[in-house]
Design a binder for this molecule. Structure first.
Ligand code: PEP
Ligand code: MN
Length: 338
């Protein structure tokens, strides 16, 4: 349910409504809009008797949200959510690009990549310190040392950093260093991790599970938001299909669908979808053309020496080429690069 407040509703009126909602054993979620405040309500198992709320000062109307996911839905919040990370914005009109190595390998490599992607127009640095690898024998990441490398790259370049938390045990340390905490495809339905992310004060980049439907994806985001963290970015990164020519199949049609169903920013990871570098730029172009709010791309100065996902990592020159091409597409569809 959604309570729409009057344009000039006072702080006190809003707080009073929230208080009544709490008294009913429910959770209020104030959602500021450009014009007025709305208050989302979760926690109800059945239809709420709205009589008590509708008569309160400052309340315009009460709307029943029909979707299973509530806080993530556009019904609840028609305006696009813009996630602001140290001044770098994801969502809204501009297109944001996050780039970096798959795993953090060394300060030298991270710095090389960070400087290159920043000059090419990227607004955030990615790199995994804790890696969810398919094989237990593969490089598992540098752990806290990797987080420290990311922090010093941020200090030197001013780029906010995105890095993954793979479990609840290491979530807090990751959140301490990261500007955005990534929850990977394999963890999209790890509900204890999602709840933990919901209680964190850092924005969350949630990747779509490899076999997740759109509804499951949005309900995973709902887990985070229902705990009070409204800064969630969705990432389409390809789903498992019968096709065997790419690592996953990038679900381009999920982009307009998600943009219609949710106010959350939607970005695309063409690297993990492709699995090989030659396909990354075409998929990146398609994602922007289909309406994605940004990209997260793997870049490595020497992909052949990368400790993980070298085959799908772009060399710096290729990344610069990708940025040029997608900025042309952005302009063609009336958008611009962040
Ligand atoms: C990653 O971005 O480093 C990653 C492991 O991606 P995914 O969870 O989409 O496989
Ligand atoms: Mn990777």
């Amino acid at each position: 349910m959604l309570i729409v407040m009057q344009v000039r509703a006072s702080e006190q009126q809003i707080e009073k409504v929230c208080g009544v909602v709490r008294e009913m054993g429910l959770t209020p979620h104030p959602i500021p809009g450009s014009m007025r405040m709305a208050i989302g309500i979760t926690g109800n198992k059945s239809r709420i008797d709205e009589g008590r709320i509708i008569s309160m000062p400052g309340v315009v109307e009460v709307i029943h949200v029909t979707q299973d996911y509530k806080l993530t839905s556009r019904e609840m919040k028609p305006e696009d959510t813009v996630v602001d990370v140290l001044g770098a914005k994801i969502g809204g009109e501009k297109i944001a690009v996050i780039a970096g190595t798959c795993a953090v390998e060394s300060l030298d490599i991270t710095m090389k990549v960070a400087e290159a992607i920043r000059s090419a127009g990227s607004i955030m640095l990615r790199g995994g310190a804790y890696k969810p690898r398919t094989s237990p024998y593969s490089f598992q990441g540098l752990g806290e040392e990797g987080l420290k490398i990311l922090a010093s790259a941020r200090e030197k370049t001013g780029l906010p950093v995105v890095t993954e938390a793979v479990d609840t045990d290491t979530f807090d340390i990751v959140a301490e260093y990261a500007d955005i905490v990534q929850i990977g495809a394999r963890n999209m339905q790890n509900y204890s991790l999602l709840k933990k992310a919901g209680r964190a004060r850092k924005p969350i980049l949630l990747k779509r599970g490899i076999s997740a439907t759109i509804k499951e994806f949005l309900l995973a985001a709902e887990y985070i938001m229902s705990e009070g963290n409204y800064n969630v970015i969705l990432c389409e990164r390809g789903v498992r299909t019968f096709s065997d020519y790419s690592r996953y199949t990038l679900d381009i049609s999920s982009i307009p669908e998600l943009k219609m169903l949710t106010h959350l920013p939607v970005i695309v990871d063409p690297s993990h979808a492709a699995g090989r570098w030659g396909m990354v730029i075409p998929l990146a172009r398609a994602a922007i053309a289909a309406g994605a709010d940004g990209l997260i791309v793997e870049v490595h100065p020497e992909p052949e020496k990368a400790l993980s996902d070298g085959a799908q990592s772009l060399k710096i020159k290729m990344f610069e080429q990708m940025m040029k091409e997608i900025s042309l597409i952005a302009r063609a569809i009336g958008r611009e690069m962040a």
